[in-house]
Design a protein around this ligand. Sequence first.
Ligand code: P6P
Length: 335
Amino acid sequence: MSRVSLTQYLVEQQREHGHIPGELRLLIEVVARTCKRIAISVNKGALGDVLGSAGTANVQGEVQKKLDVIANELLLEANEWGGNLAAMASEEMDTIHLVPNRYPQGEYLLLYDPLDGSSNIDVNVSIGTIFSVLKKPGTQQGVSEADFLQPGQSQVAAGYCVYGPQTMLVLTVGDGVAMFTLDREMGSWSLTAENVRIPEDTKEFAINMSNLRHWAPPVRRYIDECLAGTTGPRKKDFNMRWVASMVADVHRILTRGGIFMYPWDQREPDKPGKLRLMYEANPMAFLVEQAGGAATNGVQRILELQPGKLHERVSVILGSKNEVERVTGYHTPRP
Ligand code: P6P
């Protein structure tokens, strides 16, 4: 049986729902092709000059891995010529990257974390590329950072590529979530799941437990109740997973349910959280909601948050709807 390719899926989705005009389809296909190219570098490991530190720091003040820089460069170069993009923003770049004047400017804005989970690269644990697509507001020529500062519900597409035992592309354009597996013999993406649904209940939570003493009381209460298992108020035992690679943890939740939490903690009280709103939380929240899950910052839907800065951080609680609503309820007790 011949499988549905990414191009066929996008063409048929456009025919049925009209959400993927040609310029957006080109953007998605170019990002998907670049993820295949990134996978080649990731899979080289010690056989290629791709491991270890690049000896530079990014805007977050984090040491950049060689693969962070490689992935960022590949995405920049691949997305400049299409005539469908006005500019790009990346976790690895201080400011937005305008499409060079030698190319026509388009109406889309592309944001990405080129390689999330970089601390896992050198120890061969799954990592990923996360991307988010917005439309440039207005019709005026030119583009500024302010044009990127749109709430997540304005996204027209979002997705990630997980470089794991399988290389998989997971995508939404607002009509549900589809998953594609890289067919290495063909060198193409094959549709392997669509209309993905996250179970509303779960027995599996994902959080970095080493931060337990730093959490706010509502998070501490929720986790304590999970740990109490059948002897506590939840009356059921829970399991825990923490890959420390958001793409891997979210992929597990999209595949079998669960709740992922990277909440505010008192280690750096001025920071609302560790994860970035524009190119980590927003695309993941779009995917999770499209799969019937929920995503909040503990108080509000992540997709409703109005960004103030390109690289701002946010507290993230996402996954199985009933669990996310429970944790959110602990933050905002019912009147
Ligand atoms: P910690 C990876 O660096 C990342 O940004 C996310 O992918 C991941 O969920 C989180 O940080 C892990 O953070 O503090 O557990 O190492």
